[in-house]
Design a protein around this ligand. Structure first.
Ligand SMILES: *Cc1c(COP(=O)(O)O)cnc(C)c1O
Length: 368
């Protein structure tokens, strides 16, 4: 890392917080309508979401974690039930499972990606399995078409945690097309940002209705159980207005990713495998690393101002965290995957200089 003297250190932010011209008018319009989660603007936002994702139904909720809780509630997941999921996701996905009283059962990922390994899946399914959750990470599509076929064959509902995978596609279709219920977040860090917030997509009307009911105290009818997971109207205003910018944002991310990937020449660094006929939304660029010590490379980038989600969140398989350890089931592919990768910010605020800096730092790296 000596030939870098002509490039001065910079700090690449992993935060993307655009403010759009339409934000204020949208919020002001919202202020003149109802502010609650049952106001008309929320319904309009849901319709806009369904249209954007080419889904039949959308239910707005208060967070990505709420979306998972509501999905599990709508599917009738009860204490003692089992929910199968990959361990290579954030704690945000497994906590709602534990909160429902269900037992998280970890299934390994495929060797080169975050999708459920179907051979391992066959080993963990039991009569108590009430749902399977697949979690594509950093916007890279997983083999959800194959997983859907298996889940259907077993009559087990498939939930996708697409919290940050807005716009990621497989065979030209949004990933949500392949699931019974798809859960999204609109937390400030995600591609569609409303501060806090989330939504669920479903093609099946009965399932969508059950999600809506569950998120509204079962509509207080005293027959159906539910809690309050509604999205506030002002967040819906922002979401509806910002949805118009989402496609352009994803295109800019794809351009940045292409710019970087086509210039990285380091033999031990390459983009993580993209499955056939799919397009990531490039929430973050994923790089596969084959250094003797990958951690050192991640630290080197971090010291030079390029943050990694792997370092920021201490990413490891979920059962390695104390709060989840009781559910440990070793997943060697998942462990290897997380230990041999890093993430690079590629949001639209990055300028060509920033991208050049990232490329130069990576290509200059040598292991001592
Ligand atoms: C962000 C995220 C969540 C949680 O979303 P919140 O809106 O913060 O509750 C869940 N799963 C994944 C994969 C996420 O990235």
């Amino acid at each position: 890392m000596s030939s870098r003297s002509e490039v001065s250190r910079r700090v690449i932010s992993d935060k993307y917080r655009p403010v759009y011209e339409g934000d204020m008018p949208a919020i002001l319009e919202g202020l003149s309508g109802g502010l609650s989660g049952t106001s008309d603007i929320v319904t309009e936002y849901e319709q806009a979401l369904a249209a954007w994702f080419n889904s039949r139904h959308a239910v707005a909720v208060s967070s990505g974690a709420a979306a998972i809780s509501v999905a599990l509630g709508a599917l009738g997941v009860k204490p003692g039930d089992e929910v199968v999921l990959t361990p290579t996701c954030p704690l945000c996905t497994v906590y709602p499972v534990m909160s429902a009283g269900a037992k998280p059962v970890f299934v390994d990922t495929r060797p080169h990606g975050f999708g459920v390994d179907l051979t391992d899946l066959a080993k963990v399914i039991t009569p108590r399995t009430k749902a399977i959750i697949d979690i594509p990470m950093w916007g890279y599509p997983t083999e959800v078409d194959e997983l859907q076929a298996v889940a259907r064959g077993r009559s087990i509902p498939l939930i996708l945690d697409l919290a940050h995978s807005h716009g990621s596609k497989l065979h030209g279709k949004h990933l949500s097309h392949y699931a019974d219920l798809s859960c999204f977040s609109t937390h400030e860090r995600k591609p569609l940002a409303t501060g806090e917030g989330g939504f669920i997509l479903a093609d099946n009307l009965d399932l969508a209705d059950r999600c809506r009911s569950y998120s509204r105290f079962g509509n207080l009818n005293g027959k159906d159980f539910g809690l309050n997971y509604k999205l506030a109207a002002l967040s819906a205003c922002l979401g509806r207005s910002r949805l118009e910018h989402l496609e352009r944002q994803i295109e800019a991310r794809r351009r940045n990713a292409h710019h970087l990937v086509s210039r990285i020449t380091h033999p031990k660094v390459s983009e993580k495998q993209i499955i056939a006929d799919s397009s990531p939304n490039y929430y973050f660029l994923n790089l596969s690393l084959s250094f003797r010590d990958n951690r050192k490379f991640i630290d080197y980038l971090d010291e030079n101002g390029i943050p990694s989600d792997i370092k920021r969140y201490g990413c490891r398989c979920l059962y390695e965290f104390p709060t989840v350890a009781v559910y440990a089931r070793k997943c060697p592919n998942g462990e290897r995957l997380l230990n041999s990768m890093t993430t690079i910010p590629i949001h639209p605020d990055l300028k060509e200089d920033d991208l050049g800096y990232i490329v130069e730092l990576i290509n200059d790296y040598s292991e001592d």
